[in-house]
Write a protein that binds this ligand. Sequence first.
Ligand code: HMG
Ligand code: MG
Length: 302
Amino acid sequence: MTLPSRVQLIDVGPRDGLQNEKQPVPAAVKIELVHRLQAAGLTEIEVTSFVSPKWVPQMADNAEVMNGIQRQAGVRYSVLTPNAQGFEAALKTRPDEIVVFGAASEAFSHKNINCSIAESIERFAPVVQAALAAGIAVRGAMSCTVACPYEGDVAPERVAYLAGLMKQIGVQRVDVADTIGAGTPLKVQKAIEATLPYFDVDHICGHFHDTYGQALANTLAALQMGVWNFQSSVAGLGGCPYAKGATGNVSTEDVVYMLHGMGIDTGIDLDKLVDAGAFISGFLGRPPNSNVAKAILNKRLG
Ligand code: HMG
Ligand code: MG
């Protein structure tokens, strides 16, 4: 078993995390969170999404947040774009990477983006072409690669089908997402296996929600297959508004602690990361949803 010696983390807290908050989070707080994440050593941050404000009101300040960030050299800022309208708006804010997001389950595709899988690919294709022509990188998020909140278990063949379509339209790398955190290690490995004919291991990111507490185990299972790009959310923020009951992504603090404990480099300063998580958790008025963050904060109290 050879594990990667270095892992690239993409913090999706400002987007996947905050999109699900009921209380308004001012743009200034989101901007401060991004600044704290980059100060902690994160070199990829999913900042916001250019989706319909009627569907996800919390992301309505997308342009304000993107334009308010003081960019740091070497940091990649990504945003979600579900269609041409979102892409046009995003383009003005100069993202380094855009994310088209589809689902391996038909029901989730309809609930989340109001169209079938095939229709979503038709929408994404011109967005992907335009982004690549503008020199912007393109990632494809694949939701429900293990289970769907509406359809239950999702077969690996469905994942393969979506991965093939993403490849066909020019997506450069994909996220294998366990949207509702129902996955367990062998199921997650099957979803990754189903993606591998279309994207090599360097172009697959693990995106695991932690609803059932399996996300770290799933991360390890993916690492064992050679996956070295992962998404996580500072303070374990979040969930998806169209996957009721699903909690946040695995916390970045938990992943960094595990990786560093295994001798795997992330370039992240765990103490500064815990500070970033404490900042946003303080604003939200609750403790961070991260065992590692809580342990470190308790230890600091002496
Ligand atoms: P629709 O209603 O079918 O869109 O929504 P439409 O094209 O018929 O347009 C209807 C209205 O929306 C029009 O406005 C458009 O202008 C507006 P009106 O004329 O009624 O005033 N509109 C937009 N406004 C701003 N930005 C846009 C945009 N597009 C249309 N881009 C749509 C289709 C895709 C827009 C909608 O379903 C939507 O916004 N969905 C996003 C849902 C979402 O953000 N979900 C969470 C992110 S995905 C996720 O969390 C999963 C992930 O983390 C991986 C995982 O864990 O699985 C990535
Ligand atoms: Mg997600």
